[in-house]
Design a protein around this ligand. Structure first.
Ligand code: BG6
Length: 356
């Protein structure tokens, strides 16, 4: 467990992501039929078909992964999904019915809130699974079954590579359940082809490392940031804001872009940098309107988007391009620039990046 020539473990782990995302998929894809094999679930096809409701529980970045998983699984399987803060779930009186499966998402597999929530769900008869990184961790051992994300040791306190591997595993989960319900073999093949391209696309985004450092140089003296996204990119906005908060002690808030007019818009001025996650997905035209609103209030705009989105390029002060992929896979790509932005702002502010 060395830094491998990187100044911080966090930066090393950010750059490991092309490999770690590959490892999350290794041996689990069946491109020929558009299927995914997750043996660790230890459930027959009939048991998988009988699942009526899915609960995703976690804390911090793992909770954000769950929010993205909700979009993926509901869209691809039509199974109702709820995401709960483990720290809330453990103290309230949750409803667990027949056919409910609970996935505890935890990189360390030791977070006490998540372990307590898992035990609470188990007590109420739910089938409990772990989505963990550390093999043999308490949550992994106490779950009935589960899926390891194989991201390797994550030393940086601010989770990066574990997050993208959690989302990758949740995409695989959506395919496992989806292929037994609404996803055809050909659509499954299309999704698998797109998934197999993600590691190289992440590597391509990482080549913009220096460009993102220059953007950080322009903004590291600001004290407040707003991150905005729509759909599955709203949890990416939450994650980008959390990364910045966790390691640079700046105030940053993630918000659904559509909700900005109901309050946060009052905060926008030239001192409030606004990061938009706005790839060319099904919400693109709507989020262009939100960018106009920020522009009208002299907000400084940093946009994460795709080549060719001229409306965004005209309005944004800085544009970071990400490759095109399927709408529901954009979160894996869109978070990479936000990890690098948070890292460089923290370094420029002299913060202890690995142990905030
Ligand atoms: C927090 C960390 O303490 O725990 C976050 O700062 C992390 O980065 C959260 O996401 C949950 O940890 P885990 O190991 O359960 O995923």
């Amino acid at each position: 467990i060395e830094k491998g020539g990187f100044p911080h473990f966090m930066l090393k782990e950010i750059f490991e992501q092309p490999e770690t995302i590959k490892n999350a998929m290794r041996g689990r894809l069946i491109p020929a039929t558009g299927d995914v094999r997750l043996g660790g679930l230890d459930m027959t096809e009939e048991q998988l078909r009988d699942v009526k409701r899915i609960l995703l529980i976690g804390c911090g970045t793992s909770w954000h992964a769950g929010l993205i998983g909700e979009y993926m699984i509901e869209e691809k399987t039509r199974i109702p999904v709820e995401v709960e803060y483990a720290s809330e779930f453990r103290y309230r009186n949750p409803v667990i019915e027949e056919g409910t499966v609970v996935f505890a998402i935890s990189q360390s597999g030791e977070t006490v809130d998540t372990l307590a929530a898992l035990r609470e769900a188990e007590k109420r008869g739910a089938r409990c699974m772990g989505i963990c990184n550390v093999v043999g961790s308490t949550i992994a051992r106490e779950s009935h079954a589960g899926v390891y994300i194989h991201a390797g040791p994550e030393i940086g306190v601010a989770s990066t590579k574990a997050f993208t591997s959690q989302i990758t595993v949740l995409a695989l989960l959506a395919l496992v359940f989806g292929r037994l319900r609404t996803i055809s073999s050909s659509e499954g093949q299309k999704i698998i082809q797109a998934l197999m391209r993600v590691p190289d696309q992440v590597a391509e985004i990482l080549t913009m490392h220096e460009e993102i450092r220059k953007i950080a140089e322009e903004y590291y003296h600001h004290n407040n940031f707003l991150y905005l996204g729509r759909g599955a990119n709203y949890p990416v906005a939450l994650e980008g804001a959390l990364k910045l908060k966790e390691i640079s002690y700046l105030h940053a808030e993630g918000y659904p872009a559509a909700e900005m007019k109901h309050g946060p818009i009052a905060l926008i001025d030239e001192n409030m940098p606004v990061v938009f996650i706005c790839p060319h997905d099904n919400a693109y035209q709507k989020i262009v309107g939100n960018i106009c609103e920020v522009k009208a209030r002299k907000g400084k705009i940093i946009a994460i988007t795709n080549e060719g989105n001229s409306e965004v390029v005209e309005m944004a002060d800085h544009v970071i391009y990400i490759p095109r992929t399927l709408d529901f896979l954009y979160p894996i790509l869109a978070v990479i620039p936000l990890q690098l932005l948070a890292y460089h702002i923290a370094v420029l502010r002299g913060c202890n990046v690995d142990q905030p």
